[in-house]
Ligand binder design. Sequence first.
Ligand code: AMP
Length: 185
Amino acid sequence: MRIVLVGPPGAGKGTQAARLAERLDAPHISTGDIFRENMKNETELGKEAQRYVDAGDLVPDEVTVKMVKDRLAQPDAQEGFLLDGFPRNTAQADELQKVLGDLGQRLDAVLVFEVEDEELIKRLMARGRSDDTEETIRHRQEVYRSETEPLIAHYQDIAVRVDAVGTIDEITDRAMDALADEPDD
Ligand code: AMP
């Protein structure tokens, strides 16, 4: 299956993506993880991305799209994937559609993880990543609302909502149920 995960920062997307990837036997492709890995190894891509990631801004589409294209061209992504954190805006969604369209492929579902704002801030403050200061968290939430949330309407035909409050197992089960309910076309 070809799946995109959407949700505000702190919704537990990364945790769920890793679990769903295992259950579906598809690679978990997290653009945030790829950026962080590159920043840690001080690669050119990492140096380019650093200031945006630190500020909670989106890394420019050009850089991000190229990185995702390269990743989707890898052998393990040919039968399916879980994209976690991409697309983040409608321009990226259009690029993704082009890439898949050229291969005669399309997305099967977009899982939208839903959690209220107050709960999100609480979770993020507890996480302690370097881009998890209160100011950056608030900024990332604004970026989510203005740039990423419009994707839910963009993908209305294949978007399924998942209540992302509960235990990790409950949420994985809900996401799997949501995927099972999604008709093939
Ligand atoms: P995440 O781990 O998904 O929260 O991503 C962490 C940071 O990586 C974001 O705040 C952005 O700076 C950057 N990032 C991740 N995915 C994207 C994307 N699709 N487009 C632009 N920037 C991204």
